[in-house]
Design a protein around this ligand. Structure first.
Ligand code: FNR
Length: 389
């Protein structure tokens, strides 16, 4: 019997078209983004769409995928495709995950976008990497993920007891890995947000994980409901710990979960991460939101993969399509993070909108693999990608 494939989505779309029904949410990124621009409130849009400096790096992140190509192979039976991967001892049905996005909560009109993203994860089987910055507590977000495993992204507070509390809560909730973001102890220079003097956290948004935390609440004279300004001030004062390699032993000691280091872009840093016991390396330049360094993340992936040895490498920054996913896998990523595209899906259609975006990305990846003669992710990796420029 024929297995269903992600690419079958195109048959459903064409089939519905015979009854005059076209997709309510676009299937490509450019049209999706244009529609989301009209749907999101200006402050949220500028925070999601904007980046650091003149946004050169974030444009390069996406554009650089055109510099990479893949060679088709013929006479391969690709009627059955397997997009599954192994990660942290789990078999996952797809090679993609939702990258942590700290204003996910604000991307839906009910302000519960974190729960909507979790529901999209539950229905697609695409894991959510839940951000520390959320409108709903990490425990509720985990529950909404259903049977799909989830990861928790940690912004490490300066207060170690608070960091340990957040990690302990994530482990108790059932998250399967702790993703420690390394590049955001201070916020990068973001002209779009600066020109409108808009930083959502300072208005009390997406701080729920702190406000419900027992350790954080002990740091306050009054609960956030009685003195929001003081709670926000306390958050601002403890938000970003400067991490160095010396902190790895502490991070490893506070959880049994795998530790993933997010923001590694240099081969030497990848080697040090492995030497210090990182369970996975996450190559990312934060979508060009933190440093406007100029090199696309995908162009830094080969060195990171070469240095990581057997340690899995996760990747994000600039993924806009299924084709981009397959190229990142070919270059050596174990799993590929979808960022802004799912935020736009949430903005246009809540959980179903985000699920639609993920399904379209998977469909395109699956069909590329079908046409190019790659029946599995291992075959994609073996085929590799060629740099054309
Ligand atoms: C992010 N990113 C991010 N990363 C992280 O570790 N924790 C976070 O809370 C956030 N928050 C966040 C908010 C917004 C609005 C964006 C767009 C991104 C970075 C994110 O995980 C990922 O690295 C980028 O989104 C990848 O870039 P693209 O593909 O979205 O351009």
């Amino acid at each position: 019997m024929r297995m269903p494939h992600y690419g079958d989505l195109q048959n459903q779309i064409y089939g519905a078209g015979l009854s005059g029904v076209v997709p309510t949410i676009p299937v490509d990124f450019a049209t999706l983004e244009a529609r989301a621009c009209a749907a999101l409130p200006p402050g949220t849009l500028s925070y999601v769409q904007g980046g650091c400096g003149d946004e050169h790096t974030q444009r390069r992140n996406a554009a650089a995928f055109s510099d990479w190509g893949m060679v088709p192979r013929m006479m391969v039976d690709c009627r059955q495709r397997d997009l599954s991967i192994e990660l942290f001892g789990m078999k996952l049905p797809t090679p993609i995950f939702m990258a942590p996005i700290g204003v996910t909560g604000m991307c839906t009109q009910d302000q519960h976008g974190d729960l909507a993203a979790a529901r999209a994860s539950a229905v697609t089987g695409v894991p959510l990497c839940a951000s520390t910055l959320s409108n709903d507590p990490l425990e509720d977000v985990y529950s909404a993920c259903g049977d799909t495993p989830a990861f928790f992204q940690l912004y490490t507070p300066k207060d170690k007891a608070l960091a340990e509390s957040l990690v302990g809560r994530a482990e108790a909730a059932g998250y399967k890995a702790i993703v420690v973001t390394l590049d955001t102890w201070v916020t990068g220079w973001r002209p779009r947000d600066l020109n409108t003097a808009n930083f959502p956290q300072l208005r009390g948004h997406v701080l729920t994980n702190y406000f419900v935390d027992p350790v954080f609440r002990k740091m306050l004279a009054k609960p956030p409901s009685e003195d929001l300004a003081a709670a926000i001030g306390t958050w601002g004062a403890t938000f970003g710990k400067v991490l160095t390699w010396d902190d790895m032993a502490w991070l490893k000691s506070i959880t049994k979960l795998p530790i993933v280091l997010k923001g590694i872009c240099h081969g030497d840093d990848a080697r040090r991460a492995v030497d210090h016991g990182a369970d996975a390396i996450y190559c990312s330049n934060h979508g060009g939101r933190q440093a406007n360094g100029g090199i696309a993340a995908i162009d830094m992936l080969p060195d990171v993969v070469a240095s990581a040895g057997d340690v899995p490498v996760l990747f994000d920054s600039g993924i806009r399509s299924g084709t981009d996913v397959v190229k990142a896998l070919a270059i050596g990523a174990r799993a590929v993070g979808i960022g802004r595209p799912y935020s736009y899906g949430l903005a246009l259609g809540g959980a179903e909108g985000a699920a639609h975006v993920l399904r379209c990305i998977l469909a395109e990846a699956d069909l590329l693999m079908a046409v190019n003669g790659y029946p599995s992710v291992a075959a994609v990796r073996a085929a590799g990608a060629v740099r054309q420029r």
